[in-house]
Design a binder for this molecule. Structure first.
Ligand code: NAD
Length: 489
């Protein structure tokens, strides 16, 4: 495990010599310490990235050359996948098979953007102009030095979603992982160095958001800010970015609905409702945490859901068979229990769960709340834990209205045997990601991001690469005829 920051291709101690403890959320034991970077380290990292972008080889290489390095990074992640997956379990708490899945996706993300880097070579678009005296072409160029600030729910995967397209585009980057889950992000430093990434192209600084994070965001020499995290932090970053008119993309929170019609298969509905809220302990920005069920199916589905939720194996993510691990840290654990007790105090019914699952570790039982009013905190706010609110509806129009009645618009899901109805509801959702007959499957090739307060811009797919590219027009006068505006002769 790394104990230093990765700046300009070298491992360096944080300027103020501070560290932060790494606590295994399943055992509450301190297992490691990570460096706590501060403003001086942010400065060094931005300077290294600036030099790498302004004078180094990376932005000047062909896309095909960059693609080779990206594929080596993917191979480096795969070569160390079992060890990295265990680190993520210790750091984040998630069950090992989920961590293995995430890391496979992270490697795949580097491979995918390697392909798009190759496609950038020779990409020139000729523009048809209405004036024969001119020709015009459009080229795309890297946006410059990008800062990536990411959350703790998918530690290396969230890094890959930003680092891979930024590197493919030819940018230099400073990555600031969450202070709660920095272990695998630091290992990425060793992997990119081994893959032959030139020094300074990727710099990794760990530490508190208010210290090193804010120093990065405020830095005048960065061109782009890519953030994934909560709405309040995103809003603060947007205000900070506005001072220098920095390019910004935001992937924020959600309170996503799942509409289940009476003709849905009850087994499929139970499976996908559970996957939509208990996977990764519900710590998923797109978690479908508000479930709306047509009244005819409501009672049998709720009964089946409660039975299955109570069967979920809760335990240390490293233990075989675990399906639900601990929440990431004590703060989240207390926060989730607080949400549940306030929901009950406000009149909600606990169909199951709602309590600490073990004496040690930050475990919360899978929780199903009913009788939650549409203006109650539990229905409106992102809980970010294994807590689902479920309520019946009577008409399609009512379901759509309830689904869209949110300040968030990240994801939404619908399940129905009637394909035309499912398409109709999918079209009516005000959300950037819509699932039909499932919830959560995510593909690197497809765009990811939200409407309303869930964010600005899209990650993944071609859209993810666009985040790190500037568009430039080059217009040429090709006529010998005089222009004749000032010189009339
Ligand atoms: P958070 O906003 O608390 O922190 C996110 C990151 O921002 C961390 O690295 C943190 O250190 C940093 N940060 C905090 N204050 C900062 C500041 N003043 N300046 C610069 N950086 C600062 O979010 P979190 O608790 O880590 O993550 C959970 C949130 O992330 C949830 O709301 C979830 O929905 C969202 N999320 C969204 C997506 C998506 O794709 N839309 C994906 C995952 C998580």
């Amino acid at each position: 495990m790394q104990t230093q920051l990765f700046i300009n291709g070298a491992w360096v101690a944080p300027a103020r010599g501070r560290t932060l403890p790494v606590i295994n959320p399943a055992t509450e034991e301190v297992v490691h310490h990570i460096p706590a970077a501060a403003a001086e380290d942010a400065e060094a990292a931005v300077q290294a990235a600036r030099a790498a972008f302004d004078h180094g080889p990376w932005p000047r290489m062909s896309g095909a050359e960059r693609a080779k390095v990206l594929r080596s990074i993917a191979a480096g992640i795969r070569a160390r996948l079992p060890e990295l997956a265990r680190l993520e379990v210790i750091d984040n708490g998630k069950p090992l098979p989920e961590a293995e899945w995430d890391l496979g996706d992270a490697a795949g993300c580097f491979d995918f953007y390697a392909g798009l880097a190759e496609e950038l070579d020779g990409e020139v678009q000729q523009i048809a102009l209405p004036d024969h005296r001119f020709t015009s072409k459009v080229v795309r160029e890297p946006v410059g030095v990008a800062v990536a600030i990411i959350p703790w729910n998918y530690p290396l995967l969230m890094a890959a979603w930003k680092v891979a397209p930024a590197l493919a585009a030819g940018c230099a980057m400073v990555l600031k992982p969450s202070e709660h889950t920095s272990l695998t992000a630091l290992e990425l430093g060793a992997i990119v160095a081994e893959a032959g990434l030139p020094p300074g192209v990727l710099n990794i600084v760990t530490g508190l958001g208010a210290d090193v994070g804010q120093a990065l965001v405020d830095h005048p020499k960065i061109d782009k800010l890519a953030f994934t995290g909560s709405v309040p932090t995103g809003a603060r970053l947007m205000a900070a970015a506005a001072r220098d008119v920095k390019n910004i993309s935001l992937e924020l929170g959600g309170k996503s609905p799942f509409v289940v019609f009476g003709d849905a298969d009850i087994e499929q509905a139970v499976e996908w409702i559970m996957f939509g809220i208990f996977w990764n302990q519900g710590q998923v920005c797109s978690a479908t945490s508000r479930v709306l069920v047509e009244r005819s199916l409501y009672a049998p589905l709720l009964a089946r859901l409660v039975t299955e939720a109570e069967k979920i194996t809760i335990g240390d993510g490293l233990a075989a068979g675990t399906l639900l691990g601990p929440l990431v840290n004590e703060q989240q654990y207390q926060k989730i229990l607080g949400f549940i007790s306030r929901a009950v105090a406000a009149g909600a019914t606990l169909a199951t769960g709602g309590k600490a699952a073990k004496d040690r570790g930050y475990f919360v039982t899978p929780t199903i709340l009913t009788d939650v009013a549409p203006d109650a905190e539990a229905w409106v706010e992102e809980i970010f834990g294994p807590v689902v609110c479920i309520r019946p509806f009577d008409t399609e129009a009512e379901a759509i209205a309830l689904a869209n009645d949110s300040r968030f618009g990240l994801a939404a899901a619908v399940m129905s045997a009637d394909s035309a109805r499912a398409e109709r509801v999918a079209a009516a959702f005000r959300a950037g990601i819509v699932w039909i007959n499932c919830s959560q499957p995510t593909f690197t090739e497809a765009p990811w991001g939200g409407m309303k307060q869930s964010g600005i811009g899209r990650e993944l797919g071609r859209w993810g690469l666009d985040n790190y590219l500037e568009t430039k027009q080059i217009t040429r006068l090709v006529s010998d005829e005089p222009w004749g505006w000032y010189l009339k002769g």
